[in-house]
Design a protein around this ligand. Structure first.
Ligand code: NI
Length: 173
């Protein structure tokens, strides 16, 4: 397993529609291992194959133990159902150091295949729903920045905004 270079906004790999995976072979397993290593190294919640320059419908997600017991490996994922709404700050390893406010469904039901090409269903709420929808959009060449309302912020700017909000809330009490 190895770290792969993460492509950044502006790279043509991030705007392509990725191809379905027909069979899982040694290269696919290597890729999935590398996606996980690269995601954890970069402290991301998810990573899709096109972000490392591979135009295949594969993504990995780890939204933390509150949401899942083990990393999710999504091969040929498809959104079956969404509902609700959530608005929150979202980032992407291909847009390093930036976050933006994105409104998305608060629930998503997704069908995907695992490394044995067994079909499974995953349902996610809140952060996991956000991650599922974000990663699947990568496979169709879309990025969250297309959906952002307001400016992209640096993490420092976001921290200041959240601090100001907290102070305001405390004043109301
Ligand atoms: Ni992303």
């Amino acid at each position: 397993m190895a770290l792969r270079q993460i492509r950044e906004l502006g790279d043509s790999c991030l705007t392509k529609v990725c191809k379905n995976v027909k069979e899982v072979n040694a290269r696919t397993r290597d890729l999935v291992g590398d996606l996980l290593d690269t995601m954890y190294d970069a402290e991301g919640v998810g990573l899709a194959a096109p972000q490392v320059g591979i135009l295949k419908r594969i993504a990995v997600i780890d939204a933390g133990e509150e949401y899942q017991d083990e990393p999710l490996i999504l091969i040929n994922p498809e959104v079956l159902e969404t509902s609700g709404e959530q608005t929150d700050y979202e980032g992407c390893l291909s847009v390093p150091g930036k976050v933006g406010r994105v409104t998305r469904p608060s629930y998503a039901k997704v069908k995907a295949y695992d490394l044995d090409m067994n079909e499974y269903i995953v349902e996610g709420e809140d952060l996991l729903a956000r991650a599922l929808l974000h990663e699947i959009e990568h496979l169709d060449g879309h990025m969250y920045v297309e959906k952002v309302s307001g400016p992209l912020l640096t993490n420092e700017e976001l921290a200041e905004i959240l601090k100001a909000q907290e102070e305001e809330e405390n004043q109301d009490k």
